[in-house]
Design a protein around this ligand. Structure first.
Ligand code: IPE
Ligand code: IPE
Ligand code: MG
Length: 246
């Protein structure tokens, strides 16, 4: 049954790419060495999602809270993002990847913002896979920016207060145009969300692995997808109700 098989592949995967610092520390190298090593895992996961037919992949690269890290680490991450943008975008484009950046992009300096915008424009017509990179992103920030838009719509008279409901507010959240988040993966062993996609993860299946991000490979992705395929998603209904409709 191809239909049932397709339903087992998550349409939208999000990953908290955690553990780079510990990976580097285990090798007695600076944390930036770990961040750099994490680039390979990003490539591997994008290839895997293309192969599996996943429609959207959202990667947590830098949180709104990560600005609090030591200045040299933040600086190293910014230059890594710049290098990655310069090196990887063409290849992603050739693979039909549409690239999006989500988060408070105004927090970045002009050269980085321009590169991000150029990458989004360059790949805007691609359809094989949408890859969203969350930078200076926080789930609470996302809810606030959507609420501001709602407040502005009410203030201008475009909408009545009573028209603001979950569906309407949801339209203003990041990634609203994509399939709902099916699978939320976190590497590095911590079992927390760390202010990632708070709204969007409401009914995502959570998957935590001890594997540190630079070690995450095809087999790890396959394992996560297989685990997802075995879950029963009930969305508030009973198991019997789910069985009756599937
Ligand atoms: C995740 O790895 C990458 C970023 C937050 C930018 P960490 O840097 O948090 O690695 P650990 O958790 O310290 O090992
Ligand atoms: C979450 O990892 C952010 C990213 C992976 C980009 P952190 O390492 O910042 O999370 P906490 O601080 O351990 O919760
Ligand atoms: Mg961490």
């Amino acid at each position: 049954m191809p239909g049932a098989e397709a339903a087992r592949v998550p349409r939208h995967i999000a990953i908290v790419m955690d553990g780079n610092g510990r990976w580097a520390k285990a090798r007695r190298r600076p944390r930036s060495f770990g961040h750099n090593a994490g680039r390979k895992a990003v490539r591997v996961v994008i290839e895997g999602c293309l192969r599996e037919g996943v429609q959207a992949l959202t990667l947590f690269a830098f949180s709104s809270e990560n600005w609090q890290r030591p200045q040299d680490e933040v600086g190293a991450l910014m230059s890594l993002f710049l290098r990655a943008l310069d090196k990887e975008v063409d290849e992603l484009h050739q693979h039909g990847v549409r690239l999006r950046f989500i988060g408070d992009l105004d927090a970045f300096d002009e050269p980085l913002r321009q590169r991000m915008q150029a990458a989004m424009t360059h790949t805007a017509g691609n359809r094989a896979l949408q890859v969203n990179i969350a930078v200076s992103y926080g789930g609470r920030w996302d809810i606030v920016q959507a609420s501001r838009r709602a407040a502005a719509a009410v203030a201008s008279g475009e909408l009545a207060l009573g028209q603001i409901d979950e569906a309407r507010l949801g339209q203003w959240m990041c990634l609203a145009e994509l399939p709902p988040l099916d699978l939320f993966i976190r590497t590095g062993g911590e079992c927390r969300i760390s202010n990632f996609l708070l709204w969007q993860a409401a009914y995502a299946e959570l998957y935590f692995t001890e594997t540190l991000w630079p070690d995450f490979d095809q087999a790890c992705l396959r394992h996560a997808i297989e685990d997802y395929a075995r879950r029963e998603r009930r969305f508030g209904r009973t198991g019997e109700q789910v069985a009756a409709t599937s």
